[in-house]
Design a protein around this ligand. Structure first.
Ligand code: MN
Length: 453
């Protein structure tokens, strides 16, 4: 087949085609990940946001303007301003792509565009590139310090699904609720189990939430009572954000799934265990879960995580063909939870790793769409609580305190079975190898006393 129309008058089309091919070629390489690259911005060595990270987020600037941005060290970078000043002129982008309240349209542009933009940002802030480095006027409108901005939700989450993909977590919870012999339900090793959540209560880090009210069944009673949850818990999770992936009726093959994943955030799926325990049979979680989930505001792209690919657990039973993923389909991401009582020092209560998840993101997305369910740009897929194999690597207080039987001792502020009023829960995550460290920042939420009428 001819590469382009052979008509002599079709010069314009031909030029456009060559430009497109050039763009496709250059955007195949992830030059932004070059571990030797240094930035001219003044950043600390151990930052979560070196020039190799280049995450995407949305923030409110000191001038009360909402813009799409990225972050290097402790600088927030206004991509709308960079684009208006012509720094992305060789990338096919619409004029207003970064002048929006959400990343949904940018994400819908697809992987080639994300990759080209990350590569270009890395180039603009490379120590060897003098263009912006020597233009103080441009820097004034492009760069912000973190105290000048307020992070927003990075995407408008159309649909939110929460998986249940950690075998350790499923076994621990199953053992507590049903006994050790029935810990894992018969479908668990065959299906990446999930439920459809509620996107309206997903909030960015830093927004406090109130302890929820609900129905609870006191021990030994057969009649529920109403009141504030007493067993308020965090769930240490990560969530991935998708692009417009498929049409109604079209499944996504497991080994193509990563093409449709933009990136990851830390995700705290707040849970009221007493409300959950009474309501969850037969249709699963409802009000015990949908009062709030907190995310870290910077989406770290799958491209940035590329150097930290690793293998997940080996399947312990034969998987159906549509769930068989090839190669390294997960990432080595260290995860941590800390509890900070008001005015006191924080205590780290858990250290675990994303790689422990039994079902990887590709399997989750393949399963989610195998019946033809469409997935849209900005959809969010929670991993489920990520528990590790040891008692200090569990991803919830339910497991760490074993349903309140073994309170966790804090450095300051007493001990905890669950989360108390005015406690702040902080999730952190980062990848590290001998060259670079890529992190997610913080996912932090303070619990306020229950709402009073
Ligand atoms: Mn969850």
């Amino acid at each position: 087949t001819p590469l382009y129309s052979s008509a002599a008058s079709d010069v314009y089309k031909r030029q456009e085609y060559i430009l497109l091919k050039l763009f496709e070629f250059t955007s195949m390489q992830i030059t932004a990940n070059n571990p030797d690259r240094k930035t001219w911005l003044d950043i600390t060595k151990n930052t979560d946001f070196p020039i190799q990270n280049i995450p995407f987020g949305v923030f409110l600037t000191r001038d009360d303007v909402i813009t799409i941005g990225t972050r290097i060290g402790d600088y927030a970078i206004d991509l709308g301003a960079l684009h208006q000043l012509g720094y992305f002129e060789d990338i096919p982008l619409t004029d207003d792509i970064f002048l929006q309240d959400t990343l949904n349209d940018f994400i819908a542009d697809g992987r080639k565009t994300w990759r080209a933009v990350r590569n270009k940002i890395a180039d603009i802030f490379d120590v060897n590139n003098k263009t912006l480095q020597e233009n103080k006027e441009h820097q004034k409108v492009i760069l912000f310090t973190l105290d000048e901005i307020e992070m927003q939700l990075p995407v408008q989450v159309g649909d939110y699904t929460d998986f249940y993909s950690s075998e350790e977590h499923a076994r621990n919870v199953g053992e507590m609720f049903r006994g050790a012999d029935k810990a894992l339900l018969p479908n668990w090793l065959h299906i990446p189990v999930a439920y459809h959540g509620r996107s309206s209560s997903i909030i960015p880090s830093g927004i406090p939430i109130r302890r929820p009210h609900g129905q609870k069944l006191p021990n030994g009673s057969d009649t529920p009572i109403f009141g504030p949850s007493r067993n308020l818990d965090f769930e240490l999770e990560m969530a991935f954000i998708t692009t417009a992936a498929n049409h109604l009726g079209e499944p996504i093959p497991v080994n193509d799934a990563e093409e449709h994943i933009f990136g990851l955030v830390l995700f705290n799926d707040w849970s009221a265990r007493d409300i959950q325990k009474w309501e969850y049979v037969p249709l699963g979680p409802f009000l015990g879960k949908n009062f709030a989930s907190t995310i870290s505001p910077w989406i770290v792209t799958l491209d940035a995580l590329e150097p930290y690919r690793t293998e997940g657990p080996k399947p312990s039973t034969k998987q159906l063909p549509y769930l068989k993923s090839k190669g390294k389909k997960t990432f080595d991401i260290h995860l941590q939870v800390a509890i900070q009582p008001e005015g006191k020092e924080e205590t780290v209560v858990s250290n675990t790793n994303f790689k422990h998840l039994y079902w990887n993101m590709s399997q989750q997305l393949a399963h989610h769409t195998v019946n033809g369910c469409p997935v849209n740009s900005g959809d969010m897929m929670g991993s489920g609580t990520i528990s590790g194999p040891t008692k200090d690597s569990y991803g919830s207080m339910l497991e760490l305190s074993w349903n309140g039987e073994k309170p966790i001792k804090l450095k300051e502020g007493g001990d905890r079975k669950f989360i108390q009023d005015n406690d702040t829960v902080i999730l952190r995550g980062h990848c590290e190898n001998k060259n670079t460290r890529i992190g997610f920042g913080e996912c932090s939420t303070k619990i306020l006393p229950p709402f009073k009428n």
